[in-house]
Design a protein around this ligand. Structure first.
Ligand SMILES: *Cc1c(COP(=O)(O)O)cnc(C)c1O
Length: 390
């Protein structure tokens, strides 16, 4: 069933009448941010060193349970650093979901690897381990050097599961598969700060995990990202590589290899520390908003909210509803009607394996990713759209 009018009434029932456009996601910024930012400015430490970076990293380490957190300039560069510090076979293929933001594929390519797209499941919206196992049984072969793609002749070295909209991937099955086939796991947890699977924070299952603090994420540092890892050597290496590979010294500029300038500036970290203090409240509000949407959309036939599984706790970064039976044209018509009324809903991304610059890379069949992209509508999800005492 696709009736834009009924859909619009349902949104109105949750958000009320709008007097201005309601964006998909806006940050909540206030007194705490102003206070910490002006403190940072008065200290003059606005750039690549300063106490706020350490504090923000410590906050995140305690919150996620990760031993090390390295704050970087954005989530994409964090993924790139995580890949480079993993010392994977150069030029090898990395399995990534076809349903993701382009950053996942871009980081793989920037790190000198080949993205290999795979399908997602319709329960968790992340990599479907069962389908992946069957696909690899046919197309790949275990060798002494590792997993060989029999079709391309390249090695397959790692998997990057992505926790879509903050809904955790079924990690147990994926870990089992990665152990069987000797694949490293790096998690794209860019959207899932505050999401847990079997009580463990997303981004802490693999060798490394990555967060993003872009302006539209659960908390923001303006632009920013972080790598999570329990591996001492990898953490050390990422700190080194992301600060132009400079050896610590009071005045000498000795750089021992080709590095990057990817560390998060102190002024961004100040914003992060302020935002972090409100994270529990943002998460509560997002959950209440999702529950309100759920109650309203449950009244409509064929409309289902994307929801967490019993063994998981989602952060509900973006609330999203699945309109069963929608095709691309129906979806786009629905979205334009809502935009005319000032509700800036969005579809998922375009499918990665269909983008012109990515379409020549290897891909498994990805019917479920395609279906979800046609049927899912992401709803306005700013945490200020609901009061937290509902
Ligand atoms: C936001 C995001 C990233 C990282 O984005 P940056 O803008 O570079 O911080 C990576 N992967 C996914 C799935 C994302 O949503």
């Amino acid at each position: 069933m696709n009736n834009p009018e009924v859909f619009l009434q349902t949104i109105h029932a949750v958000l009320g009448k709008n007097t201005r456009p309601i964006n998909l996601h806006e940050p909540t910024l206030g007194e705490t941010e102003i206070e910490l930012l002006s403190e940072c400015i008065q200290s003059t430490f606005v750039s690549s060193v300063g106490p706020m970076i350490k504090e923000f990293e410590k906050n995140l380490a305690e919150f996620t349970g990760s031993k090390h957190v390295i704050a970087l300039v954005n989530g994409t560069s964090a993924l790139q650093m995580a890949l480079i510090a993993s010392d994977l076979e150069p030029g090898s293929e990395i399995l990534i979901p076809s349903l993701s933001f382009v950053a996942t594929a871009n980081a793989v390519i920037h790190a000198g690897h080949i993205p290999h797209f795979v399908d997602v499941d319709e329960i968790n919206f992340g990599i479907d381990s069962k389908k992946l196992r069957t696909y690899l049984e046919i197309n790949a072969e275990k060798t002494k050097k590792g997993l060989l793609n029999k079709v391309s002749g390249r090695m397959i070295s790692a998997i990057i599961p992505m926790h879509t909209l903050g809904f955790p991937v079924a990690m147990n099955e994926l870990i089992e598969l990665s152990n069987d086939l000797n694949l490293l796991i790096i998690e794209d947890a860019a959207e899932s700060l505050g999401s847990y699977h079997n009580g463990k924070h997303t981004g802490t299952f693999g060798k490394m995990g990555v967060l993003s603090f872009n302006g539209n994420k659960v908390i923001t540092t303006g632009g920013g990202g972080a790598v999570l890892t329990d591996d001492d050597m990898a953490a050390e290496r990422i700190r080194h590589l992301s600060t132009t590979a400079k050896q610590p010294h009071p005045w000498s500029f000795h750089h021992d290899e080709l590095g990057w300038n990817f560390r998060m500036p102190n002024i961004n970290a100040a914003l992060g520390v302020a935002q972090f203090r409100q994270l529990p409240e943002f998460l509560d509000r997002k959950r209440s908003l999702a529950l309100n949407y759920k109650e309203a959309f449950e009244q409509l036939d064929g409309h289902y909210m994307l929801w967490e599984q019993p063994n998981s706790k989602a952060n509900f970064w973006l609330s999203a509803v699945r309109v069963c039976g929608n095709n691309t044209q129906q979806r786009d018509r629905l979205i334009s009607v809502l935009h005319q009324e000032g509700f800036m809903v969005r579809p998922f991304w375009n499918e990665l394996n269909k983008l012109p610059y990515l379409s020549h890379f290897p891909s498994a069949p990805t019917p479920s990713a395609g279906l979800l992209i046609d049927e899912v509508i992401c709803l306005p999800s700013s945490s200020f759209l609901v009061s937290n005492d509902e």
